[in-house]
Design a binder for this molecule. Structure first.
Ligand SMILES: [Zn+2]
Length: 298
């Protein structure tokens, strides 16, 4: 936890993008200290440095872009990198979207486990929230509060009586992420599938990579993986979006009816609100060591 981390070995995975329907291959490569997380569109020869300000679209997925080249649906991969505490990484993508795989982050977490971790020689910098910050967008809102750890609380509320209100909270650690959050799949409503297709989205979607709901409940023959799989998936998305700055955020994130748009707004606001956070590195002085000792006991 004190030192920066990259992966030990290069590793690849491939699959179809949920929205574009395009087959894409992703290769994760180790990167030196202080590199951060850098994406490459290898089919276009373009680099996209991860940042909340690189986000160019938040409709139904988080899309980053630079100079006309885009990479869609990065949030599940980002959530895994956050949970595995990967600071430095090159991500080569040979097409427009990160593969959906089974709609969850479970397979990406397996890929990261296989790649292994490499602890680096420089101390890790993290962002410690010192003052509350809040974004309100209609009924959606997201707040981040000072907290000695990485905690996410999420509320979802839908008119669909099968979903209704669900709540989930987690103090992030790798095992809990792998067990409770990474298997939760993307979900959508049957009535929206046609609308998505008309907007050129959801082209790669199927019952193999999304949970689809109608008025009577889940139409996937295998049902759900958890009774509250939906809110767990929103936690997954939130963890991914909150890692857009490439630094772990020590704070309590409380999201109500929030999605990619409000999550990304919060991240942009945070980056512009220097009075609400401190960047520090573990082991920098005695007080941060004490802080570390407090956070791991929770
Ligand atoms: Zn998602």
């Amino acid at each position: 936890m004190f030192y920066q981390k990259t992966i030990a070995n290069e590793i690849s995975f491939e699959g179809v993008g949920l929205h574009t329907g395009k087959l894409c291959s992703v290769t994760l490569r180790p990167a030196d200290i202080n590199t951060g997380i850098i994406f490459f569109r290898t089919d276009r020869g373009k680099m996209i440095k991860l940042s909340p300000f690189a986000v160019v679209d938040t409709s139904f997925a988080t899309t980053i872009g630079y100079n006309g080249s885009r990479i869609k649906t990065i949030e599940h991969l980002m959530a895994v990198l956050s949970a595995f505490e990967i600071d430095n990484l090159y991500i080569d993508v040979n097409g427009p979207e990160i593969p959906a795989l089974d709609g969850s982050a479970a397979q990406i977490a397996e890929v990261l486990s296989k790649a292994g971790a490499s602890i680096q020689s420089a101390p890790r910098k993290v962002i410690k929230i010192t003052k509350p910050l809040r974004v309100v967008d209609g009924k959606a809102n997201i707040t981040v509060l000072p907290y000695n750890g990485r905690k996410f609380s999420q509320l979802i509320e839908f008119k669909n009586h099968f979903l209704g209100r669900q709540h989930y909270g987690i103090t992030l650690n790798l095992q809990r992420f792998v067990d409770e959050i990474s298997p939760a799949r993307t979900f959508g409503f049957l009535k929206d599938v046609e609308m998505l297709r008309q907007h050129g989205l959801g082209k790669g979607g199927s019952l193999d990579n999304a949970v689809i709901i109608d008025q009577n409940g889940v139409i996937n023959p295998s049902g759900t993986r958890f009774p509250d799989e939906f809110v767990r998936h929103k936690v997954l998305d939130c963890i991914g979006d909150l890692y857009l700055c490439g630094f772990q955020i020590y704070g309590h994130v409380i999201a109500e009816r929030s999605g990619h748009t409000t999550n990304v707004k919060l991240m942009k606001m945070l980056m512009n609100s220097c009075d609400c956070y401190q960047t520090f590195q573990f082991g920098q002085d005695e007080s941060t060591s004490r802080y570390h000792a407090t956070s791991i006991l929770e």
